[in-house]
Design a protein around this ligand. Structure first.
Ligand code: 26V
Length: 749
């Protein structure tokens, strides 16, 4: 089917008396037919992206855009009296938690767009990330039955099933292929576990709770399940083509391990080659080395996967045996390199009963990369410093990116059209052309202001529908939307809001422009402190929004069920992007890039990709505050006493005391007291305020107020915002993917 035929068929489509879901299926299936015809060409060398998460979001609008038929479809439907926005009721595919999974989705989009052969491998969870409701201020988790309306974008490939064996069960892995449209059609292959009821549990939930033994086993099964199915398939394909000679395996297959979750794929490849095809152990390790590369996405030790030896021996005895051999091989090699005992234990694959997936990956792969300049430096100088000392050439930086197709063209048609009118449409296929906006910024600032105002109006309308809260037009929008985690410091924003509120009440904050603080965040179901922060923000919102003395100036909204589709609206309708993690802890951040591209200034710390954002758009066009990495390091060494800050700063005392002085209620759970104690006395596993909230709070409030004051010069502020858009091309995942393919995968169009 060609384009004309797609359009003709769409025009002929009988839409009378059909439900939205029926129409959704018919149009999607037409688009699938069109998209899958003709564009698929096999590549000699492919790269494979193994990821336990792909946070795809909604495919309908994006696929029509990628196929170049979105505008016509909008028009044809409108001629039939149908507003294309009705399809917004279709669920997101939320097969991921946050940045890591969304990055995987952006990467697939960019590779297809550039015509590069990158295929994804993951898990087809029956239930994606939970749906969040807020009841009485608390997060409530509801199952995410994303296939409720069917899944017209996937094709089940019955004939390509595989088996994956565990000591105690055999599981069938059934592939579901989702095409990724662009200059070429790539495939995201998601494995679904079938067989016994026990087997089917493997692909039932994204990230099941792993605070119990049972949960840990399930997580291990998930990781091995999709790694083994994917690697097994690649080996089989190779076998069909070349017989049992695997010397050239790495010439055709480059496998990227997205974080530590798929690292067992390395061990599985070595197992298949040695056990099934009699390749020698050393040769198998060499093939693995040439095939695999690994991306690290976090420096938080609790998030680096480790597997208990006993558990592995019980569930995956062959894998366990190979891991032990790898451990001995590593020890032997490191001894020959004259590493000290201490150095050997820092890099050890196996230590005190556990296998470290990060150390295993760093030892085997040919390339390790971090996801922003600062993050890669931290990998080199701190997390993997010893490995860096012995294998310096393994380490590379690949600063993250986001796809401008979803995150600008799709979510902000108005701004995209302003860019078209100003510099032509070339930027749509070559994003580097976006910098051509720079000389025109002054002249388009007024029009930009009109567009930003319209995007805010659309966002407020959506919020009114979904949250039942009305935000008056004209408010400045400050947004902090991301997973809820202590290091991301949503609590610091909550305190800052309380301090501003107090200032408005007692008259110390004057000439304040009306502002709304938007939060969107899901907390891991078992993460008590994160859930407490959600409740605290909602308590603050209730109080401030109902205070008639100030609610013409200040509002707080916590949106429910923040997801990709909500993000599309929020990034377009935001003035100020809040990126306030403790320096050194946010590997990159990618929300920061989406906001930047849509013309928001960043109010943030010198962390992750924020550093590169202000490098490119100008520090004077953003609002940087707080301790930098060396200061945090110094504070940790010399000692940091948050109680001193509380004693001397009355505003801080007011904000922090609100946790315990009865201003707000935590519903009798004691969760606010727990937050208070984490800040003031610490816990068995950490010192008081180990994320330095009180340390950075004063400069944070000052930055927020400075922004507020600068906003009164609306045009000058719009110029700052536009400087961000104009210099955001570097943060396109097209650039990132080109770098991966040139420097790591060596794949070609
Ligand atoms: C996972 C966990 C799980 C256990 C509890 C604590 C914890 C903390 C963090 C994580 C994150 C795992 C990896 C991840 O999602 N990293 C994110 O990757 C993004 C894409 O590279 C990057 O932009 C974010 O900065 C980084 O946090």
């Amino acid at each position: 089917m060609d384009r004309t035929e797609f359009i003709n068929q769409l025009k002929k489509l009988n839409t009378n008396e059909k439900t939205t879901v029926e129409l959704y299926h018919e149009i999607s299936s037409l688009a699938m037919n069109y998209g899958l015809s003709g564009l698929k060409k096999p590549a000699a060398r492919n790269a494979y992206y193994l990821s336990i998460e792909f946070l795809i979001g909604r495919s309908f609008f994006n696929n029509l855009l990628e196929l170049g038929v979105l505008e016509e479809t909008r028009q044809i439907l409108s001629d039939k009296g149908i507003d294309i926005n009705v399809f917004e009721e279709i669920e997101d595919a939320a097969l991921g938690n946050g940045g890591l999974g969304r990055l995987a989705a952006c990467f697939l989009d960019s590779a297809a767009g550039l015509g590069l052969p990158l295929q994804g491998y993951g898990i087809r969870y029956k239930y994606g990330l939970f749906k969040q409701a807020v009841r009485n201020g608390f997060q409530v988790e509801l199952p995410d039955d994303w296939q409720r309306f069917g899944d017209p974008w996937s094709q089940r490939k019955e004939g390509e099933k595989r088996t994956v064996k565990f000591a105690d069960m055999t599981v069938t892995a059934v592939p579901y292929d989702m095409p990724v449209f662009g200059k070429r059609v790539n495939t995201l292959r998601l494995w679904q576990a079938e067989g016994s009821a026990e087997a089917e549990k493997i692909s039932e939930y994204l990230y099941p709770a792993d605070d119990t033994e049972e949960g840990k086993i399930l997580r291990l099964r998930q990781e091995y399940f999709f790694s083994a199915a994917s690697v097994g398939e690649l080996v089989e394909k190779h076998l069909k083509k070349y017989g049992k000679s695997f010397g050239n395996f790495s010439e055709e297959n480059a496998i990227q391990l997205n974080d530590t979750h798929p690292v067992l794929a390395i061990v599985e490849l070595i197992r298949i080659l040695t056990a099934e095809y009699r390749v020698g152990f050393a040769d198998a390790c060499e093939i693995a080395q040439k095939t695999f590369s690994y991306t690290n996405h976090t420096v938080l030790p609790e998030a680096l996967e480790c597997w208990n030896a006993e558990l592995l021996e019980k569930i995956l005895p062959e894998i366990y045996a190979i891991l032990l051999k790898l451990h001995l091989k590593q020890k032997d090699e490191l001894t020959k390199l004259h590493c000290t005992q201490e150095e050997i234990s820092e890099m050890a694959i196996y230590a005190s009963g556990n296998f470290s997936m990060a150390n295993l990956a760093v030892y085997i792969v040919h390339t390790v990369n971090g996801v922003a300049k600062l993050h890669t430096d931290i990998l080199k100088n701190s997390l993997f410093r010893t490995a860096y000392k012995y294998y310096p050439k393994k380490f590379q930086n690949k600063t993250n990116g986001i796809t401008q197709r979803r995150w600008l063209m799709l979510c902000n048609r108005e701004l995209s059209e302003l860019i078209d009118r100003t510099i032509g449409k070339n930027w749509r296929t070559d994003i580097s052309a976006l910098s051509g906006l720079n000389p025109h910024i002054e002249s388009i600032a007024d029009e930009f202001i009109r567009i930003k105002t319209e995007k805010k109006r659309q966002l407020f309308e959506y919020i009114a529908q979904h949250e039942g809260t009305v935000i008056p037009n004209g408010f400045i929008v400050y947004s902090q939307v991301k997973r809820l985690h202590e290091y991301k410091r949503q609590l610091m924003t909550a305190f800052a809001i309380l301090e501003i509120y107090k200032g408005l009440k007692d008259g110390t904050v004057r000439n304040f422009q009306p502002s709304v603080f938007l939060f969107g965040a899901k907390s891991a179901p078992s993460y008590k402190r994160a859930k407490a922060v959600i409740k605290f923000i909602n308590e603050i919102a209730d109080k401030i929004n109902s205070d008639e003395q100030t609610n013409g100036l200040l509002r707080v909204i916590f949106v429910q069920n923040y997801n990709v589709s909500y993000a599309e609206k929020i990034v377009a309708g935001t003035d100020v992007s809040l990126q306030v993690s403790t320096a050194g802890l946010e590997a990159s951040g990618t929300g920061n890039m989406k906001f930047m591209m849509n013309g928001a200034v960043t109010c943030g710390t010198m962390d992750g990709a924020n550093i590169e954002i202000v490098e490119l758009s100008g520090r004077e066009n953003n609002y940087i505050f707080g301790a930098e990495v060396d200061e945090i390091e110094r504070l940790k060494e010399e000692g940091y006493n948050p109680l001193e800050l509380l004693k001397t700063n009355e505003l801080h005392r007011y904000a922090v005391s609100a946790l315990i002085d009865g201003t707000f209620t935590d519903g009798g759970t004691g969760c606010f007291k727990e937050l208070y104690e984490a800040l003031t006395v610490g816990a068995t596993w950490h010192k008081p305020d180990h994320y330095f909230v009180l340390h950075d709070l004063q400069s944070y409030v000052a930055a927020l107020l400075k922004i507020n004051a600068d906003y009164t010069q609306r045009k000058a502020f719009a110029v700052k915002q536009l400087k961000n858009t104009a210099n955001s091309a570097y943060f396109s995942s097209d650039r990132t993917i080109k770098e991966y393919s040139d420097c790591i995968w060596k794949i070609m169009e």
